[in-house]
Design a protein around this ligand. Structure first.
Ligand code: MLT
Length: 412
């Protein structure tokens, strides 16, 4: 007899975005006329084409693959040196941050890395997460057997949820008790909030005192427009000793379908063995990568490298300005509709409070039915997301303007 992984059976319904897609499909099948005017502001998937610098690099790399002399087979599992160097130099050393090329691990996505990192961390860790939160952190811990069953609100007892609300500007209090791992995500998905330097410094202080590791998801750092807001956790002294950072080319270079990201694991980051010896995590992550991964394709890594050229940087800047422009249009539209709205300034997401007495899923249904717009219900991100919904600014400008108009026309 073969046994399955029982922990999967504890997961609440489907993964959020496929579940939304399923509901939208049912709606569209039943309402073909409305389906034609549907605008999707649900999943944070980019809409604009890849930057021209990336396209040029892709063509060149494809041509290289067509000749024996320049063909590439298996690449180094942790990424080609040309890309690791470009990342470490441009994203870190040029900003005064001490990150070596071989502390960068290139991968096919931050979602995968945020999940895979659990491979090298112990099962006995006490884990804290923001609430609301990107569902991958919770679900992968459930899959790994780090929780019991969920309660009615969808919360798992063994996890420590750190409430993020308008009262704390969506940056939680530091826990009173000791936890071993904390997932932080800033600019935040889903609330669009950012963390200030002193707030991150307080987390680093807590982590160093308690020998906690911070799993810092900075997938949206390119959207930071306020010069006071840190782009990387390594801007805070002490972070090399307590933090892993996840970054992605999805939301800046438009790589959601092209797939390329990276994780920074400093060699100075230690964790304890079960018998109390502190050991570097870097060789474990390298070992995991070389065993379980065969590298992002050469073609895609050359494409990612092109994002760091002067043309690539200018084109990324234009893409970010486009999506942040959408966020402004949507924010002003939601506010004009009388909705209490957060985020959307240093992030491509708006976090909107539902009108009094309307749940997140009721708002989802209402906006889908009456405005033919897909949003993401806040409760899908955790119990503290109830009473909110998220609007993604990844769209054409025309669609953003139309969504802003439809929100104002909506009668609650
Ligand atoms: C989201 O909509 O939250 C993101 O697109 C999901 C992801 O990046 O995996």
């Amino acid at each position: 007899m073969a046994y399955l992984n029982d922990h999967y059976l504890k997961l609440k319904s489907g993964y959020l975005f496929p579940e939304i897609a399923r509901r939208v499909k049912v709606f569209c099948d039943q309402n073909p006329v409305a389906a034609k005017r549907l605008i999707r502001c649900g999943i944070g998937d980019v809409t604009e084409p890849l930057p021209p610098a990336v396209i040029t690099a892709l063509h060149k790399a494809v041509d290289e693959m067509s000749k024996r002399e320049t063909f590439h087979g298996y690449g180094p599992e942790q990424g080609y040196e040309f890309l690791r160097r470009a990342i470490a130099q441009n994203d870190y050393r040029d900003r005064g941050l001490d990150i070596a090329d071989d502390e960068i691990f290139v991968s096919d996505g931050s979602k995968c890395d945020c999940a895979n990192i659990l491979d090298i961390l112990g099962h006995q860790n006490k884990i804290a997460l923001l609430d609301p939160v990107y569902p991958v952190y919770v679900d992968t811990n459930v899959m790994a057997g780090h929780t019991g069953p969920a309660d009615e609100s969808g919360s798992y007892k063994e996890l420590v949820y750190l409430p993020c609300t308008p009262a704390n500007d969506f940056v939680p209090e530091i826990p009173k008790d000791k936890v071993d791992l904390v997932y932080l995500c800033y600019p935040n998905n889903p609330t669009g909030a950012t963390a200030r330097r002193e707030q991150l410094a307080a987390w680093i202080d807590y982590a160093l005192k308690n020998k906690t590791i911070l799993l810092y998801d900075a997938a949206y750092e390119a959207y930071i427009s306020d010069p006071q807001i840190p782009h990387s956790i390594y801007e805070i002294p002490g972070a090399r000793e307590c933090a892993i950072e996840f970054r992605s080319f999805s939301k800046n270079g438009g790589f959601t379908g092209t797939r390329c990201a990276f994780t920074v694991v400093p060699k100075t980051l230690l964790a304890s063995t079960s018998d109390g010896r502190f050991t570097s995590l870097h060789p474990l992550w390298l070992r995991r990568s070389t065993t379980k991964f065969n590298a992002v394709s050469y073609i895609v890594q050359r494409a990612a490298e092109a994002l760091y050229t002067p043309e690539g940087e200018a084109q990324v800047k234009a893409l970010i300005e486009h999506y942040l422009g959408n966020a402004k249009v949507l924010r002003e539209g939601a506010q004009a509709a009388g909705l209490n709205t957060f985020g959307g300034v240093n992030a491509p997401y708006l976090w909107v409070q539902t009108p009094e007495g309307v749940t997140s899923w009721q708002a989802f249904d209402r906006i889908l039915r009456d405005a033919n717009v897909v949003i993401t219900p806040g409760s899908g991100f955790g119990s503290k997301g109830e009473g909110f919904f998220r609007i993604s600014a990844f769209n054409s400008r025309a669609n953003a303007v139309e969504v802003a108009r439809r929100l104002q026309a909506l009668k609650w």
